[in-house]
Design a protein around this ligand. Structure first.
Ligand code: AMP
Length: 492
């Protein structure tokens, strides 16, 4: 869960990169960084914290250059150390700055190959640094003294052949230009935009189209799965598919939770997809409970679920009410380390409007249930506020398996639906009735926006991994993602 943005402009780009990162901030609040090319020099500033905390006015104005990349980070692999803030940099060949969103599933193999065969030192635990070094190594092999688009395409093809996982990447090659590429299955998103200025055409590539909108770039298209898009220093664009045909399987969790509703991904409006999720869920509720469902009000759990809740309420013919008010000035509860902190912070984050609950049968709606911490607490809060019956609906199916492509999910043992039936989760949460979206309905809700989309990465719901995963990888992830491991890393 990271946000990336790159711009090749005709004038200074640092402040646009900064603005773009603030719009992508929901994708990662842990660290942020910007790299620009200032003549023959690379300017780089990065640090831990929100974009607005890492940069100040004078810091941004020192990042000279017409071409640059930015990154905001939510750690999915490695630690939260400042050393792992991006962009990363290697000085050979050319000098390359690199920003990556996603996660590799063969990092350890690549790390070993880098060290033993390619003689490259990796200084952090980050898979992004590994990926950068694979790219650097492959570019070095292609080096003919005069880098061309063809060399870059070959190097990216070699990266695709070696790396396995979900990745959207931006590489800034000094003296050459910006290279954007996406994994062969197109799991992680990346979108290309352009704008005309008095100085000529400018290009931007970002994780979400909303960053392009805000900067005045027109969304041109998504970077294709396995494709590399090059925009040279001189503003020439070259694009080529660099991987053999593979199943196009964008991450469905972007539509459920991660992406902003005002983004277009794979030509699908995230907002409209969420509306359709609500409609499908309403159909299921009507199927299971009949028209006399007895629900007096639909109450969304802010913020993501609001869109699905609005269409769900409309389709059920009951009012949607804002019964929960969120304090926007504390971080996401999920981010807090350790279960104790997480429980406390739900109460700090959300408060009930009692009158919306008192003596009513309420249907609480969330976009997804992960650990169940939020849901359990809110169900109790609804009861404390005087609700007669508390029903619960999740706009996504049960999350039962780890996500290995860059969505931060806890260890399987911490997922409330892992190894439990829906009835058991209902009991565990303390709900009077629980309903989950069916996976086929979720898939329909997204693909109805673009009939070319036939497949998705649905691994956290289905346990099917489109790239395959090596034996032992999932077990290793389990140890890294457990609360105990996270607490240990934070205190190290
Ligand atoms: P939980 O208490 O773990 O069930 O949290 C579920 C809530 O976390 C939902 O309201 C989602 O909006 C949000 N959520 C879902 N996936 C993630 C994620 N990967 N990281 C942070 N928050 C998430």
């Amino acid at each position: 869960m990271c946000g990336i943005i790159g711009i090749v402009g005709t004038t200074e780009v640092a402040s646009a990169l900064y603005d773009g990162l603030t719009v992508l901030q929901h994708r990662g609040q842990d660290a942020a960084g910007i790299a620009t090319v200032d003549g023959a020099r690379l300017r780089l500033h990065k640090g831990n914290g929100l974009v607005r905390d890492v940069f100040n006015q004078s810091g941004v104005s020192k990042l000279h250059g017409r071409i640059g990349i930015g990154h905001c980070r939510y750690p999915t692999a490695g630690s939260t150390d400042m050393e792992e803030a991006q962009p990363f940099y290697v000085n050979s060949p050319y000098g390359i700055a690199f920003a990556h969103n996603g996660n590799l599933v063969n990092t350890e193999v690549l790390r070993k190959e880098m060290f033993e065969d390619d003689r490259r030192h990796i200084d952090t635990d980050s898979d992004s640094e590994v990926l950068l070094n694979v790219l650097a190594h492959e570019l070095q092999l292609e080096d003919r003294g005069n880098l061309t688009a063809e060399h870059v395409f070959k190097a990216v093809s070699a990266v695709h052949a070696r790396a396995r996982g979900g990745y959207a990447c931006l590489a800034l090659i000094l003296g050459y230009g910006l290279v954007a590429f996406r994994d062969p299955n197109g799991i992680r998103p990346l979108v290309l935009g352009e704008r005309e200025t008095v100085g000529g055409r400018e290009y931007a590539v970002a994780s979400e189209s909303v960053a392009l909108d805000v900067l005045g770039f027109k969304r041109v298209r998504d970077v294709e799965p396995g494709e590399a898009v090059i925009i040279t220093d001189g503003g020439q664009l070259h694009a080529q598919r660099c991987a053999p045909d593979a199943v196009h399987a964008p991450c469905i969790f972007e539509y459920v939770y991660l992406a902003r509703p005002d983004s277009m991904m794979e030509d699908v409006s995230v907002y409209k997809a969420r509306l359709r999720m609500g409609e499908k869920l309403a159909e299921k509720i009507l199927r299971e409970r009949g028209p006399d469902h007895g629900i007096d009000a639909v109450i969304p759990i802010p913020d993501t679920s609001r869109t699905a809740a609005s269409s769900l309420a409309q389709a059920l013919g009951v009012p949607m009410r804002e019964g929960l008010v969120k304090n926007h000035y504390i971080g996401r509860t999920f981010i807090m380390p350790g279960q104790g902190e997480r429980v406390k912070s739900v109460r700090r984050k959300l408060n009930t409007i009692e009158l919306e609950f008192r003596k009513k049968n309420v249907l609480l709606v969330d976009d997804s249930i992960v650990r169940g911490t939020t849901s359990k607490q809110i169900i109790q809060m609804a009861r404390d506020a005087g609700a007669k019956n508390v029903y619960f609906a999740s706009a996504a199916p049960p999350v039962r398996y780890p996500n290995v492509y860059g969505i931060d999910m806890p260890a399987t043992a911490e997922l409330i639906a892992a190894g439990r039936t829906v009835k058991e989760v209902e009991t565990e949460l303390g709900a009077d009735w629980l309903v989950y979206q069916d996976l086929e309905d979720l898939i329909w809700a997204v693909s109805d926006g673009n009939e070319d989309l036939k497949h998705f990465d649905t691994s956290c719901f289905s346990g099917e991994y489109v790239t395959g995963v090596e034996a032992g990888y999932l077990a290793q992830q389990e140890t890294q993602r457990s609360d105990a491991a996270k607490t240990e890393r934070r205190s190290a």
